[in-house]
Design a protein around this ligand. Structure first.
Ligand code: FAD
Length: 621
């Protein structure tokens, strides 16, 4: 493979955003160069080795539906899979996988190395080549110049990165990796708004020093779900359990005792941390009435003894870290393998970006991932894919593409970021989407794969699997609509005992499936053969059971638009409205908006929250 003199697209950074960006661009046929500090850290998980979870799995499935790597790598590297909220409605159901960080990284690297049109190169990028207001390429640490009219920057937590443990701090992009200082300096010269954020990670523990017998075991689900729409059960490696333990009053006393040497509480760290992934010192301050917090003990892989204690991220001094860990049940003799730390880094105000993630002021320069103020692999991967595909579109002179809020969580995230910006690390939640009955994780392929195919990102294998599924759904819906069960027949007898109102007239199988007491397995074999494709069966069931709700939601959204001018009573008691997050409740109390329209324009008040206000108003009237 010749090394081209010029590229169509250069991607800087081989984290979660960078790998998806490079793959998307290359899949679309653009000559793409991925330049990153270290080839060994391609796809590295800086923090928790887990992918998915509420809101986040929706993004992973959307990346997957558009041909991305994250879902496949999760299937190949996942060692414990669970479907969260499985008893709730499908809109909030979310797949979460604990990953073996080595297997995950290996899977990402294999996908990258086998992607045509993609070149990898190990070097730090120190500078951008500019011509007026347009980017023309990058310059590496060694002074090598690579040219391209499109450059996607995905530098993660590395720009001006500073690591804190207690009162000590030093430059770094994450533990063990150098910070990106020259590039950060160069970017600060551009007319873009830049701020600092902070995130943190817990100390890692040697499993051989932990007593699991006093902890609660949490096995994965069986049958093991897949993250990718083209995944198969046999893709997964050996599955193992996670465990749960708790902090206690002694843990909290130890933490209190160390706060005078905490970089966060002595003002050394200025960047704002993630509200939804707070450090343990933050948690005991913010939730002072709680004398215990859950700690999930998660294995880092099948071939390592390292454990990730999820819930005790900290930048306290090492002696306090050791004491606090050893105060937790089952960890009395714990050996810390790596200390926890916090990291501060530069991020750029995403309000300076277009929906394509191209910067408004520098033509051809795109930003994706943590650099835009988000947190999480999934948020980064989704932005990377979008920036990469738009960079490729630009390289062939085509219009950019960004999904709308009613098409994808990717659209919700980008709209949130570029409209409201963010003052704290942004993470995805299902509550951020007003169309969440439509934007489910199970139908991400039905929403996006066809578009991905048009854009050139979906290969023949994925397209064939998708077409078979789509056709399978259509055939099965037709079969269920045209197969009937009659009263007083053996078929009716098979289900009557489950039904509040037994079969009293002729019903189609589809009508029966709408009944809450029956599921697909109950009715599909009453006439003819059920389908053996799990995804088809799931889709037919969800579509039949929730169609009414989905239609109602669509109507509700239409009405919401008309209700822009609806007045909110001055004395409105926001504590009385269930479902609002504390953050939003506080913002509403601070501003006390006069109308729903005004409420919607308050930064951070989501369209989903506006729906809740509307419902509350209706109940009052
Ligand atoms: P990264 O994964 O950081 O990748 C950036 C890549 O760019 C790296 O490969 C780097 O080597 C490369 N790079 C940077 N600068 C250059 C350059 N100049 N030249 C060449 N290559 C360069 N997320 C959560 O959701 N929850 C958490 O609790 C959480 N805690 C975290 C704790 C820590 C300590 C850290 C470091 C991260 C944490 N994260 C957490 C964030 C998560 O790791 C990121 O959201 C995610 O990795 C972002 O992906 P990215 O691709 O934007 O950046």
């Amino acid at each position: 493979m010749d090394f081209p003199a010029r590229f169509d697209v250069i991607v800087v950074g081989g984290g979660h955003a960078g790998t998806e960006a490079a793959l998307a661009s290359a899949r679309m046929g653009a000559k793409t160069l991925l330049v990153t500090h270290n080839i060994e850290t391609l796809g590295q998980m800086s923090c928790n080795p887990a992918i998915g979870g509420i809101g986040k799995s929706h993004l992973v499935k959307e990346i997957d539906a558009l041909g991305g790597a994250m879902g496949r790598a999760t299937d190949l590297g996942g060692i414990q899979f669970r479907v969260l909220n499985s008893r709730k409605g499908p809109a909030v159901r979310a797949t979460r996988a604990q990953a073996d960080r080595i297997l995950y990284k290996a899977a990402v690297r294999e996908i990258l190395e086998n992607q045509s049109n993609l070149w990898l190169f190990q070097q730090a990028v120190d500078d951008l080549i500019m011509n007026g207001d347009a980017v023309k390429g990058v310059v590496t640490q060694m002074g090598l110049r690579f040219e391209a009219e499109q450059v996607v920057l995905t530098a993660g937590t590395f720009l001006g990165g500073c690591i804190h443990i207690g009162m000590q701090n030093y430059g770094g992009g994450r533990a063990g990796d150098p910070a990106s200082i020259s590039l950060a300096k160069r970017l600060r010269e551009l007319p873009l708004r830049v701020e600092r954020l902070k995130t943190g990670t817990p100390p890692r523990i040697d499993a051989r020093s932990v007593d699991f017998s006093v902890m609660q075991e949490q096995p994965g689900d069986f049958p093991t779900p897949n993250m990718s729409f083209i995944g198969k059960p046999e893709d997964h490696p050996r599955q193992i359990s996670c465990f749960i333990t708790h902090t206690n009053e002694r843990t909290h006393d130890i933490i209190h005792g160390g706060l005078d040497r905490s970089p966060m509480y002595t003002g050394v760290i200025e960047g704002v941390g993630p509200r939804y992934c707070p450090s343990i010192e933050d948690k005991i301050q913010r939730f002072a009435d709680k004398n215990s917090h859950q700690v999930f003990i998660e294995p880092e892989g099948l071939t390592t003894h390292e454990l990730y204690p999820n819930g005790i991220s900290t930048s306290l001094p090492f002696d306090i870290q050791l004491d606090l860990v050893r105060s937790i049940r089952g960890m009395e003799n714990a050996h810390i393998v790596r200390p926890g730390y916090a990291i501060e880094y530069d991020f750029f105000d995403p309000r300076d970006l277009k929906p394509s993630l191209e910067t408004k002021v520098i033509d051809g320069l795109y930003f994706a991932g943590q650099i835009n103020g988000t947190t999480g692999y999934e948020e980064a991967g989704a932005q990377g894919l979008l920036a990469g595909l738009n960079a490729a579109l630009r390289s062939r002179g085509e219009e950019p593409w960004c999904p709308r809020r009613d098409e994808a969580y990717i659209g919700v995230m980008v709209d949130d970021l570029i409209t409201n910006g963010t003052s704290e690390p942004y993470r995805m939640f299902t509550s951020r989407a007003e169309y969440r009955l439509i934007l489910r994780e199970d139908n991400a392929d039905l929403r996006l794969t066809e578009k991905g195919r048009q854009l050139g990102m979906v290969d023949d294998e994925r397209w064939a699997v998708f077409c078979e599924k789509r056709e399978g759904i259509a055939l099965e819906v037709e079969r269920l609509k045209t197969s009937y069960v009659h009263p007083k027949t053996s078929e009716a007898e098979q289900i009557n005992h489950k039904l509040e109102n037994p079969v009293s007239r002729e019903y189609s199988l589809m009508e029966l499936l709408k009944r809450p007491e029956l599921n697909y397995q109950d009715i599909a074999g009453l006439k003819g053969q059920p389908v053996d494709n799990r995804q088809v069966a799931e889709q037919v069931e969800i579509q039949s059971k929730y169609q009414g709700y989905i239609d109602r939601q669509t109507e509700e959204i239409e009405k919401l638009r008309r209700n822009e001018e609806t007045r909110l009573p001055e004395a409105m008691d926001y504590d009385d409205i269930s479902g609002l997050s504390n953050e939003i409740r506080q913002k509403l109390k601070d501003v006390r908006p006069a109308t729903l329209g005004q409420a919607a324009r308050i930064q951070g008040v989501t369209p989903a929250a506006i729906s809740l206000l509307l419902i509350h108003l209706k109940k009052r009237s």
